[in-house]
Design a protein around this ligand. Structure first.
Ligand code: HT7
Ligand code: ZN
Length: 876
């Protein structure tokens, strides 16, 4: 496909004000009649031809102002309908198309999932339903009449409010939905199916009565209550924190089993991957519950940041996604532990976004060009996009940030707008010039900030020198300095906080604007320990000249929880990089012991008060982070060995304490997924895992008992995970538990996904063979994205030693799967292929094998645009 460029943006020559749809659902021949009220755009070219987008469409009829259009007046192909000389004034166009939802394996447009008709229109799926100006700056009000066989689809849902329904001859029925809010076509949705529901009444602060409903596969309603609670809490939170109220009489959510992503924020009718709705104590883990809460909130928050105010074009995707991720992260932080949420967000950012930013697919938060927009729903747009909003809040302060948000909502309601317009609201509200700050949207790559410290005892001065640089990325060989807010503080060696002032430090934040700068603290009696980038105040890689003693002081005493955790991670990262490079030595052993001791005293003092945080303190940096740190000629096996060895040593050193942690009680009563109870389970389960790795006496029996007696999925899966990943567990036990799990959850596809992912993530040479066998399991289907992600995605993304096997078999396997999947679902295939993102970092042998596998994919005839785009950029 040809490149689409931001600088080539032009307003549409035509606008569509009203859309009246009449859709008659049928498994193979769904009829769609669209009546569009069109007028020339005063900002467009007068008299320009009208070209509507299509994708695999078949036109049945076309009428202009009610009159059938002569065939000479238009040209039509599956991907485009052009009327050469449309009227100069407003006119109506009636378009009839017929589509086959059952044959739609791409899961874009209208398709069937387990017999349920549903739609996915973002980014460009509406054009698979009817010919349209399928771009987000064309906003219209919609009415949708849906008709179907009552037996097949007793529930018929659309955007907006229900306005009519009734029976029709031949066992059919209809429903009419009216959405008064202008919206872009990507927010259109409909659902038809035989679904069960849970409902609740909600009254907004302004007094509007709203009927909330979640629709799920019949019989699974009980599992939707947690999502419904999360929805109600999200709605209240958005009123309290952002002053945003809901604006329709109903809010519907539908869970479907086949979905390309997590969920979709269609106006008044969110459609969800059922993985992010359905939860029961027996089938969902604490982490699943937390994800459900976050995604329900995220999609709901889009109602204002995305729907009421949408994007002018797809280059502005971060305008809705980064901002909405920021909002859902704030919600989770308010509902749970702020420190734990922040640490988890940063772990995700580093694992996904930093990796992306360091590889061939690196792109700015607002890209300047794309070939396939589906490939830009990335960690950079979402997660780094959210970090930019967080930095803005730090730089402006809470009050000016809140005023900027209010101004944005007031100024741009019902508009399709841009990043510039968004920033202008904050510039206005704060009086600050944000021109330099805006570079965060334009410049790809993760900046490195190097900090060196100097203490002058004669002058009693302490100086911190800062330098920033950003590595080159594809298409951006040179970089400019960014505006980087760096929250920091000083700690003395006994752990006390030092309240020193420095010119340039405001409310504990230093703003680095140039390639280098310094901060001078006066009247400092002794060299302090600097705690820099508190709360991870900017998405950068930090190098700080702090030795292990200083870091361990921070582990023990930093008042900033994020940096206490980070300091422990830094010590571990140092040890792991050295060991993986085969540079382990006696100094390393001493440092390991010191780390274990610091963790031990931390556990003694803190574990009982904050178990969730303690669980994070005991978690070593992931292998992918060590690979990034090493940066070139990476040997994943060496990293894996180093990490296992360090974990083993720490586990042995902490064994008696870990036994005690296993005994911390979870709150009495039935299972509850609340953050406090989840934190205790997380700590107990990491203690179990470490003790299993350390082969502690009696721990295998304890593991088996936990698996057999668990009353919730978190504990059962934790026991199974330790069994699968620990070589100390006897094969017979591992097999017994795996077989039991498979049989116990035979009719629970979402649980079987956990079973698939566990086995495909095993760092063992026979894993690839096991996956080939698992693909024959009756529960596996290449057509279902969740199954594919669980078995093949987990292997490629979360199993570095086996995906990056030295013999290249992991690469060949993934290439084969991508090729096979591309014919059915290009979007999911392209996403799998991004696992090759770090191929250039590998040692030469692996690099050559990865390149060969990629070239094999690239040379295939008939590749989809999605896969062709990723493979070309990965190889470039
Ligand atoms: N805005 C939604 C993105 C999305 C999507 C994009 C491309 C293809 C399929 C998709 N399903 C959902 C989800 C969100 O970020 O809230
Ligand atoms: Zn979103």
């Amino acid at each position: 496909p040809r490149a689409i460029r931001l600088e080539e943006y032009r307003p549409s020559d035509y606008l569509i004000d009203r859309v009246d749809l009449d859709i008659s659902l049928d498994a193979h021949a769904t009829k769609v009649r669209a009546m569009l009220a069109i007028r020339p755009n005063p900002e467009g070219t007068p008299g320009a031809p009208l070209t509507l987008d299509g994708d695999e469409l078949a036109l049945e009829a076309l009428a202009l102002n009610g009159e059938t259009l002569a065939e000479t007046a238009y040209t039509c192909q599956p991907d485009r309908l052009t009327i050469a000389n449309p009227p100069r004034d407003a006119f109506s166009l009636t378009i009839e198309t017929v589509i086959d939802p059952t044959a739609n394996t791409k899961l874009m447009g209208l398709y069937r999932s387990n017999g349920v008709y549903c739609t996915q229109c973002e980014a460009e799926g509406f054009r698979r339903i009817t010919y349209f100006l399928d771009r987000p700056d064309v906003m219209a009000v919609y009415t949708t009449r849906i008709e179907a066989a009552r037996e097949e689809a007793p529930i018929l849902l659309g955007n907006g409010n229900p306005v009519a329904a009734g029976d029709l001859p031949g066992g059919r029925h209809f429903a009419v939905w009216d959405d008064p809010h202008p919206k872009p076509s990507y927010l259109f949705a409909l659902v038809g199916g035989d679904l069960g529901s849970v409902t609740r009444d909600f009254v907004t602060k302004g007094g509007r009565a709203v009927r909330l409903a979640i629709y799920v596969e019949s019989g699974k309603q009980e599992r939707a209550h947690y999502a419904l609670d999360a929805l109600e809490r999200s709605m209240r939170w958005d009123e309290d924190v952002f002053g945003r109220e809901y604006d329709l009489d109903v809010f519907n959510i539908v869970a479907v089993s086949d979905f390309n992503m997590g969920a979709m924020e269609n106006k008044g009718l969110n459609i969800f991957n059922d993985k992010y709705v359905l939860a029961s104590p027996e089938t969902a883990t604490d982490a699943d519950y937390a994800h459900i809460e976050a995604i329900i909130a995220h999609e709901y928050f889009h109602n204002w940041t995305g729907n009421r105010i949408t994007c002018r074009d797809w280059f502005q995707l971060c305008l809705k996604e980064g901002l909405t991720v920021f909002r859902d992260q704030e919600f989770s932080s308010d509902e749970r532990s702020r420190a734990v949420e922040r640490i988890n967000a940063v772990r995700t950012l580093r694992a996904r976004q930093f990796t992306e930013d360091a590889g061939p697919l690196a792109h700015p938060v607002r890209p300047r060009e794309y070939r396939e927009i589906n490939n830009f729903y990335t960690a950079t747009v979402y997660e780094k996009g959210a970090e930019i909003i967080r930095m803005l809040k730090i730089l402006l302060g809470d009050d000016a940030f809140a005023c900027g948000m209010d101004l944005y909502f007031a100024r741009h309601d019902n508009e399709a707008t841009t990043v510039e317009a968004f920033l202008a609201c904050f510039a206005r509200a704060s009086g600050q010039d944000l021109t330099h700050f805006a570079l965060w949207y334009e410049q790809a790559g993760t900046p490195r900030v190097v900090v060196s410290s100097h203490y002058d005892s004669d002058k009693r001065q302490y100086r911190l020198d800062f330098a920033q640089s950003t590595p080159s990325t594809p298409g951006q060989p040179t970089k400019d300095p960014l505006v980087i807010p760096i929250a920091l503080g000083l700690v003395d060696h006994d752990g006390g906080a030092l309240d020193h002032r420095a010119e340039g430090l405001s409310d504990g934040v230093f703003v680095l604007r140039h390639s280098s700068d310094s901060l001078i603290f006066r009247d400092v009696d002794a060299r302090p320990v600097p705690s820099v980038l508190r709360g991870f105040s900017a998405p950068v890689r930090l190098s700080l000249d702090l030795d292990d003693t200083g870091l361990l002081t921070l582990v023990r005493h930093d008042s900033d929880a994020f940096n206490r955790w980070q300091a422990g991670q830094n010590v571990a990262t140092r040890l792991l990089t050295r060991a993986a490079r085969d540079e382990g030595d006696a100094a390393g052993e001493t440092a390991t012991q010191a780390l274990a001791e610091a963790l031990g005293s931390f556990l003694d003092a803190q574990a009982a008060q904050d178990p969730a945080f303690a669980a994070l303190m005991l978690t070593l940096p992931p292998e992918s982070e060590i690979a990034q740190e090493i940066g070139k000629d990476v040997d994943p096996d060496a990293i894996h060995r180093a990490r296992e060895a360090l974990r083993d040593t720490i586990a042995r050193a902490l064994a008696p304490r870990l036994e005690a942690l296993r005994a911390i009680p979870v709150a009495a009563g039935p299972y509850s997924p609340d953050a406090a109870s989840a934190g205790v389970r997380a700590l107990r389960n990491i203690a179990l895992d470490l003790l299993v790795k350390a082969d502690a006496a009696g721990i295998i029996e304890a593991l088996a008992a936990q698996y057999d007696n668990a009353d919730n999925m978190t504990d059962r899966l934790a026991a199974l995970t330790s069994a699968v990943h620990s070589p100390t567990v006897p094969d017979a036990l591992r097999q017994r538990l795996l077989t039991d799990f498979r049989n116990r959850f035979d009719d629970e596809p979402l649980v079987i996904d956990k079973w698939f992912a566990l086995q495909s993530g095993r760092a063992e040479p026979d894993t690839l063979a096991a996956i080939a066998e698992l693909m024959q399991d009756t529960a596996f289907s290449i057509n279902n994205p969740n199954r594919v992600r669980a078995l093949i995605g987990a292997f490629a993304m979360n199993n570095p030693t086996q995906f990056h096997r030295a013999d290249g078999a992991g690469y060949d396997f993934l290439a084969d799967q991508v090729i096979a999947l591309d014919a059915r679902n290009p979007q999911v295939a392209a996403r799998l292929l991004t696992a090759f993102n770090s191929w250039r970092m590998m040692e030469p042998g692996r690099r050559a094998k990865a390149q060969a596998a990629l070239e094999r994919v690239a040379s295939r005839d008939g590749l989809s645009g999605d896969v062709a785009d990723i493979v070309q950029r990965t190889l470039d």
